[in-house]
Design a protein around this ligand. Structure first.
Ligand code: ZN
Length: 225
C-alpha cells in the first residue's frame, strides 16, 4: 500500500513539480523538464549509426545518443527506468521521431517486459519512447503486439552470445495482431541497445510472422564501449 502510494506520488510529481536536472540538479527550463541546457549539450548525438544488426532481418537502426557510463546519459536512463520519470521517454521519443520522420512505418512496437517484471517496475520504459515517436510521426503504437514469454535474467554483464542465448525464445507475436502485422512495416523501440541481441530476437519472430520491413530506434547505443 505504502509502496503503491509512493509510486503514485512519484508519477504525480513527475508531471507536476520536477524541474531539477536529473544529472546536476540545477533548475531546468520548461522545454526539457528533466535536464538542464548545460547537461543536454554534453550528450553525444550519434552521427554515424552503427550497423550492429542482422541485415537479413532489420532494414535500419537509429540511436539518439552514445551511452557512456558515469555521464549525463546514464543518469537520464536511470531516472527514466527506475525513478518513474516516464516523461523522459516521451520527450526523447519526440526527438527521435523528428529525426525519423523521413522513414515510413505503419506501427511502433516497444520491446516488451515480462509480466512479472512489469509488475515490479510498474511500467515499460520502451512504451514511453514509442509514445513520443507516435506523437511526432503518427505511426501507431501497438503496445501488446509483442509478448515476452520467458522471464529472462538481466543482460548486464553478459557477452553477445550469452545475451543471444538468454533471449532466445523469449518473445512471441500476440495472435490477435498477426493479421495486422502481416506485410506491414514496423519500428521496434528500446531504451538502450547494447549488443542488439534482444532486438534481433524480436525481429526474427516478427519476420516469421510476415512483417515486411523492420526498423529499430533507441535513446542510446552502448555497443561501442
Ligand atoms: Zn544539469
Amino acid at each position: 500500500m505504502l509502496r503503491s502510494l509512493n509510486n503514485f506520488l512519484k508519477t504525480l510529481l513527475d508531471f507536476v513539480l520536477p524541474d531539477l536536472c536529473v544529472s546536476c540538479e540545477a533548475p531546468v527550463e520548461k522545454k526539457r523538464r528533466f535536464i538542464c541546457n548545460e547537461c543536454w549539450k554534453k550528450l553525444i548525438m550519434i552521427q554515424n549509426q552503427p550497423e550492429w544488426y542482422d541485415r537479413n532481418l532489420i532494414r535500419s537502426s537509429f540511436s539518439l545518443f552514445e551511452f557512456r557510463e558515469d555521464t549525463e546519459i546514464q543518469k537520464i536512463i536511470h531516472a527514466f527506468k527506475y525513478s518513474g520519470m516516464k516523461s523522459i521517454g516521451i520527450i526523447l521519443g519526440e526527438e527521435i521521431g523528428k529525426l525519423l520522420k523521413e522513414k515510413q512505418a505503419d506501427y511502433i512496437l516497444p520491446v516488451p517486459l515480462h509480466i512479472a517484471k512489469l509488475r515490479e517496475r510498474k511500467y515499460n520504459q520502451s512504451l514511453y519512447i514509442a509514445k513520443g515517436i507516435e506523437k511526432v510521426t503518427g505511426w501507431k503504437v501497438l503496445e501488446e503486439a509483442l509478448k515476452r514469454i520467458n522471464y529472462t535474467k538481466s543482460q548486464t554483464g553478459l557477452n553477445f552470445s550469452e545475451r543471444q542465448k538468454n533471449v532466445s525464445g523469449a518473445f512471441r507475436v500476440n495472435k490477435r495482431y498477426s493479421e495486422l502485422l502481416r506485410g506491414s512495416s514496423v519500428l521496434i523501440t528500446d531504451d538502450v541497445i547494447t549488443t542488439g541481441a534482444t532486438i534481433n530476437e524480436c525481429a526474427k519472430i516478427l519476420k516469421d510472422a510476415g512483417v515486411r520491413e523492420i526498423h529499430t530506434a533507441s535513446c542510446a547505443f552502448a555497443g561501442g564501449n
